[in-house]
Design a protein around this ligand. Structure first.
Ligand SMILES: NC(=O)c1ccc[n+]([C@@H]2O[C@H](COP(=O)([O-])OP(=O)(O)OC[C@H]3O[C@@H](n4cnc5c(N)ncnc54)[C@H](O)[C@@H]3O)[C@@H](O)[C@H]2O)c1
Length: 471
């Protein structure tokens, strides 16, 4: 199948590379000339496992890059739109990029085309795309608009795309649905997984994945509702974590107890400093705005967002309570990306916390395995960027863990302790067992669990308060 993917960001680039790996001929279109030049020159603009291999495998053969959208449309049977849908100031999705792409597509229709929303968009967007294309004089039977929402997670985007839990196709005609079925046939038939060069199967993958055909509107709603539900799970467990702190319970034990209920499931029950990234915050706001437009006040979403913000404030209070005062304190920070495995810092709770700590007068040395360059653009020289976790801890009054990178869960505790001025770790991601940390000589603070203080108090520490501020 000849496919155009418009927008070569986190979603478009991964989708394009994966479609090529499924055997399709793909043209990736972007209007960012710098990005295009970098892609054509063989650079990989984002940090994602397996993406460099796929780009290397297909660049110049099954995967080509172009700035000419109309030419790409003329050459393709299906056009996937994967441009950004950022929030407006009112919290709605800004669909101007989608509209401008739809307008350009209309002038290049030279036979039946399927135009597919890959971006996350509010319900009714497919109707609007159709109207825009018709307004620009394309014949009504020369195209269909489908919704094929993307559920990949940054950090594991390639394997999520190739080993999805499900593929959702929102199509209002059989002709359109059958083209999308054909595009995904290598996954749904299982033939891709038998290829010797297939990207390796991750744990828990269900192959072959089911393909669910719905109406376009249902598919649009499935994406918003999925993200809202997942964010709700995170806020729910963060609210439970706050109660655990107050009553002396352990939220990880509570998670295990409720997560093993198959009706609930353990995933996304991760207490911490809250969700971030380019999707959950904006998609919740957009979903709430859509609901309001349809006459429904989705107050549950307000509460999910409120708890998420509150979680960062609680972490700040915990830090203050561990250190007494913040002004002039030297803090090591582990993690700036919004989650482990990615260089994406959009709406990262780690960045927001670093900014709040800088405002409080802290000095910060930060390390992130992939996000340093992007973080430097935002934080400039207000933060010292270092090359490893131990340098971040060097001479620090406390070490803060803000992103759940695997390497942060496997630190050499003895070495870490010897680097620090005071062995105090404040873990916003619950990567360590409190008892182990106390036994290793750390005063250890985490989310939804009691602080663990070594028997004799943290060696040389400025007696951190044993009681958490529970206000
Ligand atoms: N990032 C994720 O994890 C994720 C997951 C699922 C869905 N989504 C959704 O996918 C969409 C894209 O997200 P992203 O993170 O890839 O965004 P992104 O900002 O990384 O990429 C968007 C790309 O589109 C390009 N673009 C914008 N206007 C264009 C135009 N007129 N013509 C050609 N290219 C254009 C930009 O230059 C950029 O490269 C959003 O709606 C997002 O909500 C994102």
């Amino acid at each position: 199948m000849h496919i155009a993917v418009v927008g070569s960001g986190y979603v478009g680039l991964v989708a394009g590379a994966c479609f090529a790996d499924l055997g399709h001929d793909v043209i990736l279109v972007d209007n960012d000339q710098q990005k295009l030049a970098a892609l054509k020159a063989g650079q990989v603009p984002i940090h994602e496992n397996f993406l460099p291999e796929l780009l290397q495998r297909h660049r110049g053969h099954k995967l080509n890059f172009s700035g000419d959208l109309q030419q790409a449309v003329r050459a393709s049977a299906a056009i996937f739109i994967a441009v950004g849908t950022p929030p407006t100031e009112q919290g709605e999705a800004d669909l101007s990029y989608i509209e401008s792409v739809a307008r350009s597509i209309s002038g290049a229709i030279n036979g039946y085309k399927v135009i597919v929303e890959k971006s996350t968009v509010p319900v009714y967007t497919s109707d609007w795309i159709r109207k825009i294309i018709l307004r620009n004089a394309a014949p009504p039977d020369s195209f269909d608009v489908a919704s094929n929402p993307e559920f990949l997670r940054e950090g594991t985007a390639v394997t999520d795309f190739l080993y999805p839990d499900r593929i959702v196709v929102g199509a209002d005609s059989e002709r359109c649905a059958s083209i999308l079925r054909e595009i995904y046939a290598p996954l749904t038939s299982g033939s891709y997984y038998r290829l010797p060069q297939a990207i390796p199967q991750p744990d828990r993958a269900r192959i072959p994945p089911p393909l669910i055909v719905t109406s376009a509107k249902s598919a649009e709603l499935i994406k918003h509702a999925s993200n809202a539900f997942l964010a709700m799970k995170i806020s729910f467990i963060n609210a439970v974590a706050s109660i655990c702190e107050s009553v002396g319970a352990n939220v990880q034990q509570v998670c295990q107890g409720i997560g093993t209920d198959s009706r609930i499931g353990a995933r996304f029950l991760n207490p911490g400093i809250g969700y971030g990234g380019s999707c959950f915050p904006k998609d919740l706001m957009a979903f709430r705005a859509v609901a309001r437009e349809c006459g429904y006040e989705f107050r549950l979403l307000d509460e999910v967002m409120r708890i998420n913000e509150e979680q960062r404030k609680r972490f700040l209070r915990m830090t203050r309570s561990a250190l007494w005062t913040l002004r002039g304190k030297k803090l090591g920070v582990l993690g700036l990306a919004f989650k482990g495995g990615t260089d994406d810092i959009r709406e990262s709770p780690a960045i927001l916390l670093v900014q709040a700590l800088l405002q409080e007068g802290c000095q910060i040395a930060a390390y992130d395995p992939a996000a340093t360059e992007r973080a430097r653009e935002v934080l400039k020289s207000s933060v010292e960027f270092v090359n490893n976790a131990y340098d971040a801890a060097s001479d620090a009054d406390a070490l803060l863990i803000l992103t759940e990178w695997e390497e942060f869960a496997a630190l050499d505790l003895k070495r870490l302790r010897s680097q620090m001025k005071y062995p105090i770790v404040i873990d916003g991601r619950n990567l360590y067992d409190p008892e182990t940390m106390a036994a290793s000589g750390f005063a250890y603070y985490s989310v939804g669990r009691q602080p663990a203080i070594p028997e004799a108090g943290p060696a040389d520490a400025a007696t951190p308060s044993r009681k958490l501020d529970r206000s």
